[in-house]
Design a binder for this molecule. Structure first.
Ligand code: HEM
Length: 127
């Protein structure tokens, strides 16, 4: 059955995707600890950064310039955190959107989470 959901198409869609995802993160004890207690993230800065990150990845806008992996190097995160991150990310997209871009976005998140996690595991082994 075809629902009435649309694909991710506009900058506003990205804002909605990011805001609602981090609202979920903030309700998750395991993840909220890392963002709010450990990193004391300034959400007014982090959310716009994530809008431009996803804009760059999805629409090729090139507004995000940064080193996303470096931001995670010193975080107390392991495999279970990445799984915890990916589940609400995917659920959130499925709830709001439907289409090729939505599928591509979930795939990108999964690939990046996999790369982050394997790099962290590898680097921590050498310590
Ligand atoms: C274990 C799961 C994750 C946790 C706990 C986590 C946590 C964080 C934290 C605490 C920051 C720093 C925010 C700040 O101080 O401003 C950050 C930045 C960031 N994260 Fe994650 N993250 C996770 C997974 C991911 C994944 C899978 C992606 C990509 C799909 C991602 C993309 C980013 C980006 C782009 C930044 C901004 C980096 C910059 O400063 O340029 N994160 N994350």
């Amino acid at each position: 059955m075809q629902g009435d959901k649309q694909d991710i198409k506009t900058d506003e869609d990205i804002v909605l995707m990011v805001d609602s995802f981090y609202a979920k993160v903030n309700r998750d004890d395991l993840l909220s600890y890392v963002f709010n207690d450990f990193s004391k993230v300034d959400w007014d800065k982090h959310l716009p950064k994530m809008y431009s990150f996803w804009n760059t990845l999805i629409f090729g806008e090139q507004s995000y310039k940064g080193n996303p992996f470096a931001a995670h190097l010193h975080l107390p995160v392991e495999q279970r955190h990445f799984e915890r991150w990916l589940n609400p990310f995917n659920e959130n997209i499925d709830k709001l959107f439907e289409g090729a871009v939505a599928e591509h976005t979930k795939l990108r998140a999964k690939s990046i989470a996999y790369i982050f996690q394997s790099k962290l595991e590898f680097l921590n082994q050498k310590k």
